[in-house]
Write a protein that binds this ligand. Sequence first.
Ligand code: FES
Length: 98
Amino acid sequence: MPLLTIQNNGKTFEVETGKSLLSALLAAGESILHKCDGKAECGSCHIAVTAGRKTLSKTQRAENEKLDGIVGVSSNSRLACQAMMGTENITVELLSFV
Ligand code: FES
């Protein structure tokens, strides 16, 4: 299975292809905000994908529209609830990491 690495704390774990990054992060015990429970409505699960971005599922319209309204968005930005794991390893930065 491909690996997800969290840049903030160096943790790495396996994630099943097709699983959302939000559910993978929550399952791994990471505290990541997810106020709308994965409906692409709140933007609180905003993350930056710093490596392997191309392996993730394509950004859909609802995600794009939500990202457009978020301050600090970059070309690496994704909503963790909308990005599905691909077949290659990725590294993410949790932007609400404390
Ligand atoms: S949990 Fe609300 S946009 Fe992802």
